[in-house]
Design a protein around this ligand. Structure first.
Ligand code: PXP
Length: 237
């Protein structure tokens, strides 16, 4: 199983202060060193974290494939066609949301998605759809000609007890159906070091997991001692 590391929140930290650090490009190189099989970024319409320049710099420098998450908006589609990442994952986007809430309504937005998917595919980009673990959405992905789906794991991660078990069942059924329909099944959102093992034990046929926030948060912790030591060393006469 492959790991795509989402580095959006490295850029969040940078944008918070308007500094040039921490640089997503540098973080991506460290992710590659750690074994990341791919790098994922979300170029949001409000540019709250990743900027256009990050996208083009990463596209040039990465050794592993770049997966660009994006909304189906004409302006962002044009940028994707210029940048030509290996993969685009189409996601729903609302400006007020804290993070991507809910999956793409591939079934309901069929007519709007069809031309975008065709344009991206004509540019040699593999198209993935970020969807809820719902048979209707999987069937819509097939009808739209998208070869890859990413199952939204947010609800599984947020819920507890019976609700979490029920969501895990939906994810298992969706992964099985996706596999049967010939789709590549990816998953992501909210996965962390605690909730991942049970997810992995239950859900079959997974190709790639895209994980971001928990890895960036962990990196802050495992890097803190060294960061403080380096600053202390500067204080020495
Ligand atoms: N996959 C998709 C489609 C996403 O939108 C996100 C969040 O940007 C992720 C995966 C990663 O989620 P998290 O940061 O919670 O690991």
């Amino acid at each position: 199983m492959k790991l795509g590391v989402n580095i959006d929140h490295v850029a969040t930290l940078r944008q918070q202060r308007g500094t040039v650090y921490p640089a997503p490009l540098e973080a991506a190189a460290l992710c590659e060193k750690g074994g990341a099989d791919g790098i994922t970024i979300h170029l949001r319409e409000d540019r709250r974290h990743i900027q256009d320049a990050d996208l083009f710099a990463l596209r040039k420098a990465l050794r592993v494939p770049l997966n660009l998450e994006m909304a189906n908006s004409p302006q962002i589609v044009q940028i994707a066609l210029r940048a030509r990442p290996a993969e685009v994952c189409l996601v729903p986007e609302r400006r007020q949301e804290l993070t991507t809430e809910g999956g793409l309504d591939a079934a309901g937005q069929f007519r709007r998605l069809k031309p975008t998917i065709a344009k991206l595919q004509a540019a040699g980009i593999v198209v993935s759809l970020f969807i809820e673990p719902d048979p209707r959405q999987l069937e819509a992905a097939v009808a739209l000609g998208a070869p890859v789906v990413e199952l939204h794991t947010g609800k599984y991660c947020d819920e507890t007890g019976a609700a979490r078990r029920a969501e895990l069942k939906r994810l298992v059924a969706a992964a099985k159906l996706g596999h049967r329909l010939g789709l590549q099944v990816n998953a992501g959102h909210g996965l962390n070091y605690d909730n991942l093992p049970a997810f992995l034990r239950a859900v079959p046929h997974l190709h790639t997991l895209n994980i971001g926030h928990s890895i960036v948060a962990r990196a802050v912790m495992v890097g803190m001692t060294r960061a403080v030591r380096e600053m202390k060393a500067l204080l020495k006469p």
